[in-house]
Design a protein around this ligand. Structure first.
Ligand SMILES: Nc1ncnc2c1ncn2[C@@H]1O[C@H](COP(=O)(O)OP(=O)(O)OP(=O)(O)O)[C@@H](O)[C@H]1O
Length: 285
């Protein structure tokens, strides 16, 4: 089944065309990495999937229906920073989403309902390796722990689609490797489709089932405003990664296995994007 369909989507801000004629179908439970040079519109694209921005033209379907006009619990998001609430404890951060949603529908939760939610929040925290930190505040956590908390917060809402905007970009390499393992495990276990913006191709190949590149194909100074970026590469990672079915390339998340990721690199097969072939280059300032 197809989770997300993007049909001829354009995004313009005033006179500036940021994205043009983007077409993309993302299968349910895919993990798509979105790469491309700085400023090509990756975050803008993610914000459209979230419902924070509207396409100027074209449409976006989620499970066959028009994308709801507002961000909703069906779509979770984790940013590079500042995804969590600094004034709430770790436990409070994980409970706040369901509490707010519940309050809208049923009023505040009390007694048994609140205890059940706290229990669920605690097991989610254990899931992301944060057991024992429930009463701390985000400022008392390391960067890696804060991103684990942000993931737990997003996953508590059981989103159908998880949107990640360079969520691991600010982490040290060792912590990044750990959180990659966690992310792989969560994607295998939780029924969700993931779209992740990253500047790091290695990270893209480590995590994704598919790598999609945006690129501005016309980039002379006089063309910069009139033409936007579009999909220039679409690569299926090989060997195929299928949610729930771990391969030797994911041996680092199999119980009782040593870290075997250094065994091999993944290579990809290119899908037809409709765009002319361009060398893949993703400079970062
Ligand atoms: N709200 C806005 N109003 C006007 N222009 C915007 C707005 N949001 C983004 N832009 C412009 O859209 C372009 C794409 O920005 P965007 O942040 O999506 O790029 P990006 O690929 O995510 O960049 P980076 O990799 O550096 O994060 C930029 O030129 C930016 O200035």
């Amino acid at each position: 089944m197809t989770a997300i369909v993007i049909e001829n989507v354009w995004k313009e801000y005033g006179d500036q065309v940021v994205l043009e004629s983007v077409n993309l179908s993302v299968e349910t439970r895919a993990f798509v990495a979105l790469v491309g040079p700085s400023g090509c519109g990756k975050t803008t694209f993610l914000r459209m999937l979230l419902g924070q921005e509207k396409p100027t033209r074209g449409r976006i379907l989620l499970d066959g229906a028009a994308l709801p006009p507002e961000p909703g619990p069906d779509r979770g998001v984790v940013y590079q920073r500042y995804s969590v609430f600094p004034h709430l404890t770790v436990l409070g951060n994980v409970m706040i989403g369901p509490e707010l949603r519940g309050a809208r529908l049923l009023g505040r939760r009390f007694g048994a309902a609140r205890r059940a939610l706290a229990e669920e929040a605690r097991s989610m925290l254990a899931e992301v390796g944060l057991a024992g930190n429930e009463n701390k505040y985000p400022a008392q956590l390391s960067g890696g722990m804060q991103q684990r908390l942000a993931l737990a917060q997003a996953l508590m809402m059981k989103p159908r689609v998880l949107l990640l905007d360079e969520p691991f970009g600010a982490l040290d390499p060792g912590i990044r490797a750990d959180i990659h393992k966690l992310m792989k495990r969560l994607w295998n276990e939780v029924p969700m489709t993931v779209v992740m913006v990253t500047h790091d191709l290695r990270e893209a190949f480590t995590l994704a089932t598919r790598i999609v590149a945006f690129e501005r194909l016309r980039d002379r100074p006089e063309e910069r405003l009139r033409y936007g970026a579009t999909l220039s590469r679409d690569i299926d990672v090989w060997p195929p990664r299928i949610a729930g079915r771990t391969t030797i390339y994911d041996a680092d998340i199999l119980p009782g296995q040593d870290d075997l990721t250094s065994l091999g690199h993944s290579f990809g097969t290119t899908r037809q994007t409709g765009a002319s072939e361009h060398a893949t280059r993703f400079p970062h300032p």
